[in-house]
Design a protein around this ligand. Sequence first.
Ligand SMILES: Cc1cc2nc3c(=O)[nH]c(=O)nc-3n(C[C@H](O)[C@H](O)[C@H](O)COP(=O)(O)O)c2cc1C
Length: 227
Amino acid sequence: MTQPMPESVSKAPTINLAFTGASGAQYGLRLLQCLVAAGCRVHVMVSKAAQIVIATETDLKLPGSPSAMQKVLTEYASAQPGQVVVFGREDWFSPPASGSGDKAPLVVCPCSTGTLSALATGASNNLIERAGDVALKERRQLILVTRESPYSQVHLENMLKLTQMGAVIMPASPGFYHRPESIEDLVDFIVARILDHLGLPQDLMPRWGEARVNAKMSRNDGFGQQD
Ligand SMILES: Cc1cc2nc3c(=O)[nH]c(=O)nc-3n(C[C@H](O)[C@H](O)[C@H](O)COP(=O)(O)O)c2cc1C
């Protein structure tokens, strides 16, 4: 029997989060933790290659079945029962698989160039590709955290095509102006930008100019004037 979902979770916004096989599993895992901490319900999809990359880049070993994976990720993200739901790779009856399902944004993090290509051509060969296709056709928020270096002409053309269709291409290329001291700081830079785009509160990273605005407000010295 499944456990009842707490009321706070049943009312929270849903975010679809897909892990694909690009390097940068830590971005997706940290995003999952932050979405859970923000009270969201997270519908998770994990490609076969993503499972390999997660095992290569982190200490997390994801089991094969969606229900076992859900247990591991629920624990990993300290989520409430029902807050993290994992769907199988061909679960065509899951909410992300149809335009008449939930209206949740989709974040592909990290996004491989293979999945990028599938999204640019509407391949829909697995649930992640189908969820992306649904997001595009329904004009829903689609954020693609791509990673490859260098990018080929094919990758760049696919990115241009997808951005013209309304997707947001957010390469996993963190800035350094916040003086990162750890890998976690670099990861948080990208995760903070994703949360900003989703309209979710985050205190991982101050927004550009925020420190300056706060200093001016506390000095009460003519905010808005040139200095
Ligand atoms: C350790 C590891 C790192 C990889 N890094 C990248 C990468 O940074 N970018 C990328 O596009 N593909 C990368 N790949 C290759 C993809 O995983 C591969 O193309 C796969 O078919 C993508 O499938 P998916 O989009 O269904 O996850 C990597 C593979 C492995 C095993």
